[in-house]
Ligand binder design. Structure first.
Ligand code: ZN
Length: 420
């Protein structure tokens, strides 16, 4: 984290409520923080880097003025429009993708680049229209290394539909996003690297609606099977961190128990089942306007059709000990089928819960339910594979190390329970 020219301060903001004309001036404490001082909040650099276009590729601006240019011309950028006032105040509209059915899960994702012709202070307001602010902003000087803005740096209007931050921009480009950027090729590359030299095969099990590759990996032994996936929902990168902690631990444990587990179980991995949604900067859906994790029953979309068929083919009739699907939401919680569910490995659930409870500082909540018609991967796993489908939800703002620790604990539980 070498750029010291970033900064932010809380300042009074003026926002006229269009309906009441009420003055919504806020007076907040003024605090000035440089990026260098935020080092404690920075994330560890990732082993694989997101691919982002260089500035020399002349990104297409969505608005410009007062020495500022804003663009969303990179993978996983949000779906934005914007306006810049004469004094340089910026308002960025945060919009969601087209949806087949009314309403969309409120995951108002934003990611854009702001290029300034000089170092300056700028006020940036995120305008969510009828949705509420959810993701605390991260900032970056290169689109790769990210710093979380401190809690309290965002000023919200009464309805929480507009969020304002004041930043000291350096000259040149700066990135602002709801989570550290992780376009579709990032988790595929991370997974490929993690599995390298461990006897896994990579396959393109299908194509997304927009023609992006649907990539899977298969390795391990051949008696029983397990399935792991993440990023059905585009912004849910804290879930992806838990997925990474899970795979890291599953593969790197070198004790005999882990070796027995890996020799016995076929390991089926889908790191990026919704690449169109991820690279399109979507909140929730695929390019067909569908929530993929509500489509596992009817299988109307190419992504769910291909993924479910590939899993069934790779399972090949083996007993599936568990299917874990990593997500993010406003708290860390495990969604599991009831303990009386018709699965030969349902008794793994109490072992998993005990592992979390005894090893994690903040063990997750649990919720047990099954609805055969819900269309999520968890229900599909129980109905189709007779396996406990487990939706692992990580808090949006969980520190990376804690997300990875939860994933690692899940891997330990799996290894220790099934290597018998
Ligand atoms: Zn999700």
């Amino acid at each position: 984290m070498s750029r010291a020219s970033w900064g932010l301060r809380h300042e009074p903001i003026l926002a006229a409520n269009a309906e009441t004309g009420r003055d919504m001036t806020r007076h907040t404490a003024v605090g000035f923080v440089t990026l260098a001082a935020l080092g404690g909040c920075s994330l560890p650099s990732m082993p694989s880097l997101p691919s982002l276009p260089m500035l020399s590729s002349a990104p297409k601006a969505i608005c410009a003025g007062a020495g500022l240019t804003i663009d969303a011309d990179f993978p996983a950028a949000g779906r934005h429009d914007c306006v810049i006032g004469p004094d340089g105040d910026v308002v960025v509209a945060v919009d969601h993708e087209p949806t087949l059915v009314e309403g969309i899960n409120p995951s108002p994702w934003f990611a854009f680049r702001i290029t300034s012709d000089a170092a300056r202070q700028v006020s940036i307001t995120l305008d969510y229209t009828d949705y509420n602010h959810r993701y605390a902003p991260f900032v970056s000087g290169d689109g790769r290394a990210w710093t979380a803005l401190p809690a309290g740096s965002v000023t919200l209007n009464d309805r929480k539909t507009r969020a304002t931050v004041t930043l000291n921009l350096p000259q040149g480009a700066s990135w602002i996003a709801g989570q550290p950027l992780s376009p579709s090729d990032d988790n595929i590359a991370w997974t490929r690297n993690a599995l390298n030299g461990r006897g896994f095969d990579e396959t393109r099990y299908g194509d997304s609606l927009e023609g992006r590759p649907l990539v899977g990996f298969v390795g391990g032994g051949g008696i029983d099977a397990m399935v792991v996936l993440t990023r059905q929902h585009p912004p849910e990168t804290s879930g992806q961190e838990a997925y990474r902690g899970f795979l890291d631990r599953l593969l790197s444990r070198n004790d005999d128990t882990a070796k027995v587990f890996r020799a016995r179980h076929r390991i089926i991995i889908a790191p990026m089942p919704n690449p169109d949604g991820v690279d399109g900067g979507y909140w929730r859906l695929n390019a067909g306007g569908m929530d993929l994790n509500r489509d596992w029953m009817k299988l109307t979309q190419p992504e769910t059709k291909a993924l479910s068929a590939w899993i069934v083919k790779e399972v090949g009739g083996r007993k599936v000990v568990s299917m874990m699907d990593f997500h993010s939401t406003d708290k860390t919680v495990i969604y599991a089928p009831p303990l009386a569910s018709p699965s030969p490995t349902i008794d793994f659930l109490p072992a998993l819960k005990a592992k979390f409870d005894t090893t994690l500082n903040q063990p997750p909540e649990w919720s047990y339910a099954h609805n055969a018609n819900s269309g999520n991967s968890k229900s599909w796993a129980l109905e189709t594979l007779k396996a406990p489908g487990i939706t692992v939800e990580l808090w949006d703002q969980i520190p990376t190390a804690e997300a990875r620790a939860l994933g690692a604990a899940a891997a330990d539980a799996l290894v220790e329970y099934f290597a018998k």
